[in-house]
Design a protein around this ligand. Structure first.
Ligand SMILES: [Zn+2]
Length: 469
């Protein structure tokens, strides 16, 4: 009897396995194309080194430092960056514009007197009319600090924090300006990060006020040190931090999440998974390490103001930090060199971080928008999964793919092309047993990030089976 039961179980398992095998089980294909390959090849560690050394040469870039001295202080760095972005824009034939975005910050906790904050912003306009208002932002912060954020006089070289991120962004602008993308890319060097994310908050708030369609934001902050304070050398990995529960989640969304999950499926987490797929495929010697949290303990970055306003955003940071070289006065203590000096930056590593960023940005801006209005239909109790979404508007759209994974899986594991439709039923696959998502694909095979569905409709009460508890 026992034997028979085991046999029956085995048959059931086999049937279940074969019905799954009938579905196309393959890893979602990553986008590789010639434009991305060229961009990855053209990014040059020597330019990144030159930028970092130049930014360090301004002595300090503290947000409260001198704004009108041509040699020392944040004003000199601002003007130099502006000129460099203008040079980069020359290759764009008028498609890239550069501006200084300034505002006066009133007195605040880390701002003892009213201070002008200036972001240097280079915008490479998208060429497809249906996509040009879709914006992807990449940033680094060019301000720096030593022990305290309100010391405007001390030397604050900020080679890693964050000349490294700023140099990566400038190099991306230089390389990408001559290529054409369907959507718009904004390359940005912000100020006031160490004063509480002031420059990025200003940009994100402007974007919200003007109702800009920011499809993704990538911040690069502390992306140049490869020998950790723990003695570990890792030149081949970068961390990408993404939040799980959205910073702007509404009470109604929280109720849904508690009921059916989704804490691992924010738009930012879909963006992070997209970056890993694209980065690992296009920069194969270099790995993206996904970290499923908004940021490190006790730290924050320029992605946060974007998250708080509902824009998908992630943070890039090296794997092993050395805190002797962050936010420190330059000094030698007991034979140990403190300070954020260029000798502790691995320029080739920064170039690889820039390559992952640039390939991701290019893939985003070449691809259709992620699908909007994606719903999982819950109006009927069923062992199928009904999905519905709004049609994309790009003329080169080829169709959509459904992706799915086990609820315990950290990344998407399966995909199925379903054609140019706006609804699809995954027959025999219960929405209760998997997580599903939808992404758009164009005729060149460029895929959008995944959109995780919201539930639509309530199950109708029926006598059996019960929809209640
Ligand atoms: Zn920083």
């Amino acid at each position: 009897m026992l034997k028979l039961r085991l046999f029956q179980c085995a048959v059931i398992v086999l049937v279940a396995a074969s019905s799954l095998a009938a579905q196309p089980r393959r890893k979602p294909a990553a986008s590789r194309n010639r434009t991305i390959a060229n961009i990855v090849r053209e990014i040059d560690a020597r330019n990144i080194e030159a930028t970092i050394r130049k930014l360090v040469s301004f002595g300090t870039r503290n947000t409260l430092s001198e704004q009108n001295d041509p040699k020392r202080g944040i004003g000199a760095a601002r003007d130099w960056l502006y000129a460099e972005f203008l040079k980069a824009a020359e290759a764009s034939q008028g498609r890239m514009t550069v501006e200084k975005q300034s505002y006066e910050q009133q007195k605040a906790q880390r701002v003892p007197q009213p201070t002008i904050i200036t972001n240097v912003v280079a915008t490479l306009k998208g060429s497809q009319p249906e996509s040009t208002d879709r914006i992807y932002v990449v940033s680094g912060h060019y301000d720096s600090m030593c022990n305290t954020p309100v010391d405007a006089k001390c030397d604050a070289p900020g080679a890693n924090d964050d000349a490294s991120g700023t140099a990566a962004v400038l190099e991306m602008a230089r390389v990408m300006a001559k290529y054409e993308f369907e959507a718009t890319i904004v390359f940005m060097a912000v100020a006031g990060e160490e004063q509480s994310l002031l420059g990025s908050t200003h940009f994100a708030e402007q974007a919200k006020q003007k109702n800009w369609n920011v499809g993704a934001m990538l911040t690069n902050d502390i992306v140049g040190n490869t020998l950790g304070g723990n003695g570990v050398r890792d030149r081949g990995t970068v961390r990408v931090f993404s939040e799980g529960v959205p910073s702007n989640e509404t009470p109604a969304e929280a109720t849904t999440r508690r009921s059916v999950g989704g804490e691992n499926d924010s738009a930012s987490r879909q963006l992070a998974r997209f970056i890993k797929e694209i980065g690992d495929a296009n920069v194969p010697q270099f790995k993206v390490m996904l970290v499923y949290r908004r940021d490190r303990y006790g730290r924050g970055g320029d992605h946060i103001p974007f998250l708080e306003r509902g824009y998908p955003a992630v943070r890039f940071t090296e794997v092993n930090e050395d805190f002797r070289h962050q936010h420190q006065n330059v000094r030698v203590e007991n034979g140990v060199q403190f300070g954020d000096l260029p000798e502790f930056v691995d320029f080739a590593y920064v170039a690889n971080v820039a390559r992952v960023n640039a390939s991701s940005l290019a893939a985003l801006a070449l691809a259709p928008s992620r699908p909007h209005g994606v719903m999982i239909i819950t109006a009927r109790l069923s062992n199928d999964t009904d999905l519905r979404w709004e049609a994309n508007k790009e003329p080169d759209l080829a169709g959509y793919e459904i992706v799915w994974r086990d609820t315990t899986s950290a990344v998407w594991t399966n995909s199925k092309a379903v054609g140019n439709v706006t609804s699809f039923t995954m027959k025999g696959m219960s929405k209760d047993n998997y997580f599903f998502g939808v992404r758009a694909i164009d005729r060149d095979g460029n895929r959008s990030p995944v959109t995780y569905p919201r539930p639509q409709g309530r199950p109708q009460p029926s006598p059996t089976p019960s929809t209640g508890f």
